[in-house]
Design a protein around this ligand. Structure first.
Ligand SMILES: Nc1ncnc2c1ncn2[C@@H]1O[C@H](COP(=O)(O)OP(=O)(O)O)[C@@H](O)[C@H]1O
Ligand SMILES: [Mg+2]
Length: 357
């Protein structure tokens, strides 16, 4: 088991590419932490510094209380799984898996038994005699997992391990990785740009943006209580409706207007000062067809998704406002509807992106 502490971690490439600016964060023993953020925000660099493949420009990395900045990757007790599996093409899956232990001169009998054990864990026993080219993408990625498992690391570091797989396989493998974590009870640090992977896998999510941590929280905290426009926009599918406009207060009440909307804000926002803001409402908190109307609008598009139906409204905001409702053929494109927002679930953001509380 491993507790990983990052203290003031920073990485500058060349003269001025500040990939990671100043990370302070502790990953607890046995925790499944997902580092998520858009491409280029410093996720891989962070993981590679923990693994020891990249030297920090400043800051410290401690694993179980031991400073490991100067410890070789192989001696840190962590195992990394990469985005592309990088199996040796001319070795069988079994030979690929036992490569590490063979280099460490582990006796053959022990090695063979360990290979069977880890192959069983990721369910590829039937593939051990095959070459990587004879395996599917998902099978090869399982083999890559097995190759890391056999080294018996105290922490697993995974860098977008599923991004080369198609959607269905990705979901299957996601469940596998979840199961592995349950079984092994070891520390997992998982990097992805996919908010859905983060939501489904993480005990705790670390949201990164431009080399810094934007927010840390459980999936539900991140979803329900985003600290900023950036986080609100990043999580959820379809994403939160974000509508630019202005707030004006009078007699202790505040109202939002913009893009054809007039909406009385809940009392929690009564004291907010007048000015420009962005209103945020998730698609599941849009109320359609009621007496109340924040705005009235023709339905531009009805999109049935099986279990749910999406309704699109074009009312002059930057993006169409999307409502998700239970599957229904009640509503027709072109039909005019009253649309309003569940007041318990509206968010307000300052022009600089911080959330108004
Ligand atoms: N070896 C490198 N040399 C120069 N710049 C790099 C190197 N590795 C990463 N970068 C830059 O650092 C930033 C963060 O990269 P990375 O950690 O790979 O982001 P992510 O994994 O979140 O997509 C990017 O701007 C990237 O171009
Ligand atoms: Mg990356």
């Amino acid at each position: 088991m491993a507790r990983i502490e990052l203290k003031g971690l920073r990485k500058v490439f060349g003269r001025n590419i500040e990939a990671v600016k100043n990370l302070d964060f502790t990953i607890e023993e046995g925790e499944f932490v997902v580092i998520v953020g858009p491409s280029g925000c410093g996720k891989t660099t962070t993981l590679r510094m923990i693994a020891g493949f990249e030297e920090p420009t400043a800051g410290e990395i401690e694993i179980d209380g031991r400073l490991v900045n100067d410890v070789d990757p192989g001696d840190r007790g962590v195992g990394m799984v990469f985005q592309t599996h990088a199996l040796f093409p001319h070795k069988t899956i079994a030979e690929n898996i036992e490569f590490g232990p063979r280099m460490k001169k582990v006796p053959e009998e022990t090695r063979k038994q360990k290979v069977r054990e880890v192959a069983d864990m990721v369910r590829i026993t039937h593939l051990l005699h095959k070459l990587p080219v004879e395996c599917s993408g998902g099978e090869a990625q399982r083999a890559a997992l097995a190759r890391t498992l056999i080294t018996d690391p105290t922490a697993f570091l995974l860098d977008e391990p599923l991004s080369s797989l198609d959607a269905k396989l990705r979901r299957e493998m996601r469940a596998e990785i979840d199961r592995l974590h349950e079984e092994l009870k070891k520390t997992f640090v998982y990097v992805t740009h996919d908010q859905e992977e983060a939501m489904t896998l993480a005990d705790r999510i670390v949201v990164m943006r431009d080399g810094v941590i934007e927010q840390v929280g459980t999936p539900l905290e991140i979803y329900n209580d985003p600290v900023s426009y950036f986080v609100a926009d990043f999580f959820g599918s379809p994403s939160m409706n974000l509508i630019a406009g202005a707030v004006e207060g009078s007699n202790g009440a505040a109202a939002f207007s913009g893009a054809g909307i007039e909406f009385k804000l809940p009392d929690a926002y009564a004291g907010v000062s007048s000015g420009e803001y962005t209103l945020g409402v998730r698609p599941e908190h849009i109320v359609v067809g009621s007496q109340d109307a924040a705005f009235s609008c023709d339905i531009q598009l009805v999109e049935p998704l099986g279990k749910d139906t999406l309704l699109y409204f074009e009312h002059g905001a930057e993006r169409p406002t999307i409502a998700v409702i239970e599957a229904s053929d009640r509503f027709k494109e072109g039909e005019r509807l009253n649309v309003t927002f569940d007041p318990a679930h509206v968010y307000l953001f300052e022009p600089d992106g911080t959330r108004v509380r």
